[in-house]
Design a protein around this ligand. Sequence first.
Ligand SMILES: N[C@@H](CCC(=O)N[C@@H](CS)C(=O)NCC(=O)O)C(=O)O
Length: 234
Amino acid sequence: MTDLSAFPITKRWPAQHPDRLQLYSLPTPNGVKVSIMLEEIGLPYEPHTIDIGKNETWGPEFLSLNPNGKIPAIIDPDGPDGKPLGLFESGAILVYLAEKTGKFLPKDPARRYETMAWVFFQMAAVGPMFGQVGFFHKFAGKDYEDKRPRDRYVAESKRLLGVLETRLADRDWIMGDEYTIADIATLGWVRNLVGFYGAGDLVDYASLKHVPAWLERGLARPAVQRGLEIPKRP
Ligand SMILES: N[C@@H](CCC(=O)N[C@@H](CS)C(=O)NCC(=O)O)C(=O)O
């Protein structure tokens, strides 16, 4: 039986199945990247709901796994050399799971790096900018009188959607015929921007053609549909 007691997070969120990959998350745009990936690859895992509304990531147990206090994070009991591995940052987790299973990351070195570039594009640009639109349009920032911060993030998000629109003009997926971790990283953010954040009009989503078609293709995948609901909301 696998012993995960060296990970303090397992005291607060005990593993019923310590031999399975442990997921600490919530179905937010960053969280669902990992649950979608896990559903796609079919690796057995145990999801734990972390209630960020109750600041659960800021307790010592969660911080012991991710010092940055953010979901998602994982423990893989069967990490490199068969030893347990704790990991945070959704992009790193996607790359790790892709390499572990040989899925959703092209084998050809040049295409592999190109896929990584699009994953980094999501991590460094799409996520942070769309997230700020959420803050200034949907959450606390919406009451700020000065609309310049909101407008700045809206303009940048619109530009980023334009980059994706061009990329997808002659491709089904970000990497062409191949559905990869670049799509898995990005789908949830676009869905959230126009769905939960209600920012579709602000970024003129209706003027786009290829991004909405790509999003629809992604959301039609059964693993994506399942992953979007995992872990259960509190
Ligand atoms: N770069 C990180 C970002 C993670 C992140 O921002 N997670 C948010 C939810 S989407 C969170 O845990 N927020 C809780 C908080 O800040 O209190 C990643 O991609 O894993």
